[in-house]
Design a binder for this molecule. Structure first.
Ligand code: GUN
Ligand code: FE
Length: 443
């Protein structure tokens, strides 16, 4: 039985309004947290013969990042082709790239890099869109399992024609999704689960979405899609689903919306739609980098939170130009500040709230709150070891602050505003170290 104890500064955002920061210890057995306590309690505990890591004063331990929405096959386009709005961007750059994942070797090569890169950036849990291809997307599942990343992986479903010829017929698609679910469940691992993935209402008709909803019920799977990202997209889907009152109504009538559903973007939801999300327990993956880069709009996250909608953060590569959730936190704060300054949607999201959305909030949005997101007995130890004094890192004199009041809180705040992957010196998933240090210098 593997058992270890980490002793030092511990940081855990337990709710939007509460960030726990204290000197203490976490005991981990077989990947699960079996004790958490203060430093004083540790000092009087009997620990003879145990593996104990006392971390340095400039370090702290926090829960791992959760990326609630990213497209693994789009990573080769990261930072490219950002000159078109959503629907043109999909047609010109994205569908042609995703279509290449019929080649399983190509898929395996890209996905290995994607998984390692996200782990090195501290993303211990990712909710992935794969491509339309069954076998290609299974390569992503295998990569996550091999490198010990917690993940929800979706084989993308589309049955409406496009210029790239990148779609499937309905019967084949439903068969492939069911095969995909059975294959992933057949790997019998505790980290990776399938997620039903209708791309969005532009690419899927009602018949396909109803079929996918039935599969989600049959196999008790989560569901992910995109909603209300871009004004032209909204106009178009309401044209093709003309009997529906709004975008939310389209998905609701197909049985897609429930408390295991996560929708990306939600930039233009009406009050009625927000309250429907809250009532049905639908979560939102907020993707500020992508919303800015594709000029889609500014998502009013504060309003979603005021409606009690569960929100997590997504990088949405390659609409988003960064694979880092640390970066997504800052982009979320920036967009929220801009909305507050220009449209009075406030108060803006603060850094502690952003940290919650990046960890426990994301876990809740994905329905994983009983397993990860905070340091509580019974949860898996999915964590990051942060070092604010790494050689050549951006911050090496954190102790000289005159602005802060609490040394631990100051370290965390500096990390949120100006840290990078070099400060993430180790990542753990289910108690196992997963960061490949050699690769840690590439963002
Ligand atoms: N809507 C449908 N597909 C996509 C996608 O791949 N990226 C983004 N940002 N929005 C989408
Ligand atoms: Fe997306």
């Amino acid at each position: 039985m593997s058992k270890f104890i980490i002793v030092g500064d511990i940081v855990s955002p337990t709710s939007l309004n509460e960030l726990q920061c204290y000197s203490g210890y976490i005991q981990v057995e077989n990947g699960k947290i079996t004790e958490v306590g203060t430093r004083e309690a540790f000092d009087i505990k009997q620990n003879v013969g145990l593996h104990i890591d006392v971390i340095k004063p400039e370090q702290f331990v926090m829960p791992g990042f959760v990326d609630c929405h990213t497209h693994a096959p789009q990573f080769p386009n990261l930072g490219l082709g950002l000159d078109r709005p959503l629907l043109e961007w999909l047609d010109k750059y994205t569908f042609p790239l995703e279509n290449k994942y019929s080649d399983e070797q190509f898929a395996a090569n890209v996905y290995e890099k994607v998984v390692k890169r996200l782990l090195n950036n501290g993303t211990t849990t990712a909710c992935y869109f794969g491509s339309l291809h069954l076998n290609g997307t299974l390569e992503l599942v295998k990569s996550a399992i091999q490198h010990n990343q917690r993940a929800l992986v979706g084989k993308v479903s589309m049955n409406i024609q496009n210029n790239a010829g990148y779609y499937n017929n309905t019967a084949d698609e439903l068969r492939d999704v069911e095969l995909f679910i059975n294959s992933v469940n057949g790997y019998q691992n505790s980290l990776v689960e399938p997620i039903i993935t209708p791309r969005f209402a532009v690419s899927c008709d009602g018949e396909l979405m109803r079929g996918l909803s039935n599969l989600a019920n049959k196999y008790q799977c989560a569901i992910q899609s995109h909603i209300s990202e871009n004004k032209k997209e909204i106009e178009y889907v309401l044209q093709i689903h003309s009997s529906c009152s709004d975008y939310t109504d389209i998905y609701n009538r197909c049985g897609i919306l429930n408390n295991r559903c996560i929708m990306a973007h939600a930039v233009y939801l009406s009050d009625t739609e927000m309250s429907t999300f809250a009532r049905l327990g639908v979560s939102v993956a907020h993707c500020p980098a992508s919303n800015t880069r594709l000029r889609s709009g500014m998502c009013p996250v504060r309003r979603l939170l005021d409606y009690n909608v569960s929100v997590g953060l997504g990088t949405d590569v390659s609409g988003g130009d960064s694979a880092s959730i640390l970066d997504a936190m800052r982009r979320a704060m920036d967009v929220s500040e801009h909305l507050s300054m220009t449209q009075g949607v406030g108060p803006a999201i603060g850094w502690k709230e952003a940290l919650y959305l990046a960890t426990a909030g994301g876990a809740k949005a994905l329905g994983l709150q009983d397993r990860i997101g905070t340091f509580e007995v019974g949860k898996s130890f999915d964590a990051l070891l942060i070092d604010m004094a790494v050689p050549h890192g951006p911050i090496d004199n954190y102790t000289t602050s005159s602005a802060g009041t609490d040394a631990i809180v100051d370290k965390v705040q500096k990390f949120v505003y100006c840290g990078d992957d070099r400060n993430i010196v180790q990542a753990y998933v289910n108690g196992k170290q997963v960061k490949n240090i050699q690769q840690s210098w590439t963002k």
